[in-house]
Design a binder for this molecule. Structure first.
Ligand code: F6R
Length: 240
């Protein structure tokens, strides 16, 4: 695990965007794994800027998002479909039919998980997976105690995750109780992983991650076993 200490959120976002642009440029066909939430918003702004300046094209990019809430329509402002349109897709030349996000409105959620996993398999996996981390160490929505062998599956969100995400909804009661998430097995098969850590609430998660002990009780700890994982930490908020 390669840990890069950025001065602040803006610096973390620039370093992350430089790394991603370099990878996209190297490849004729690039499969990018995307995350939502506060951590990658600055990174997405940087990618949009690079596209506008003409230094980045998404023409050859296919994207797979990590997760989506169960029960939110794609035009719901709290859905991750909506988040991605707002924060990235509407502003760059990515081809919409090459952007994939689990369908949290599917009638048969198990079938939707199988379909989504098969799509990733057909593409022979993710080239670079962007991750954030939950206060409880979740990656994607793989909450503590999730087996490392899981592929895309339906999860019941931890109460702590619903509380942390209540800031986007009017109240915690409105935060869905379930989500579809890409599993840890699939995340670990990505060729490269880029984990962004920012915010005072992530201090403890960062400290636990720096302990090389691997346990399902702290899902992100498995990243120690990944051969090419970079962590960029915003030291101003996480270590300040
Ligand atoms: C989002 C996701 C989650 C978040 C995590 C951190 O797609 O999979 O694991 O990355 O909850 O969220 P923020 O960045 O909002 O602190």
């Amino acid at each position: 695990m390669n840990v890069i200490k950025a001065q602040d959120y803006a610096h973390m976002s620039t370093l992350a965007s430089d790394l991603i642009i370099e990878e996209i440029e190297k490849s004729a066909y690039f499969k990018l794994g995307l995350a939502t939430g506060s951590s990658p918003v600055g990174l997405y702004k940087e990618l949009i800027e690079a596209y506008k300046k003409g230094t980045l094209s998404f023409e050859n990019v296919t994207s797979f998002n990590l997760d989506e809430y169960v029960g939110l329509k794609s035009d719901d402002p709290n859905s991750y479909h909506y988040f991605m349109q707002q924060h990235l897709f509407n502003h760059v030349n990515i081809q919409k039919h090459k952007t994939f996000i689990p369908n949290g409105m599917a009638n048969d959620l198990q079938e939707e998980c199988r379909r989504y996993e098969a799509l990733i398999e057909e593409e022979k996996g993710i080239d670079l997976q962007i991750l954030g981390i939950g206060e409880n160490g979740h990656i994607g929505f793989n909450e503590p105690s999730t087996p490392f062998t899981e592929k895309t599956h339906v999860v019941s969100l931890d109460e702590s995750t619903r509380e942390a995400n209540a800031r986007f909804f009017n109240s915690k009661e409105n935060v869905p109780t379930q989500a579809i998430t890409v599993g840890i097995h699939t995340i670990m098969k990505s060729k490269k992983i880029l984990l962004l850590i920012s915010g005072e609430s992530k201090k403890e998660a960062y400290e636990r991650l720096m302990d090389p002990h691997i346990s399902t009780y702290f899902p992100a700890s498995i990243l120690h076993e990944h051969p090419d994982c970079t962590v960029i930490v915003d030291t101003e908020t996480v270590m300040g």
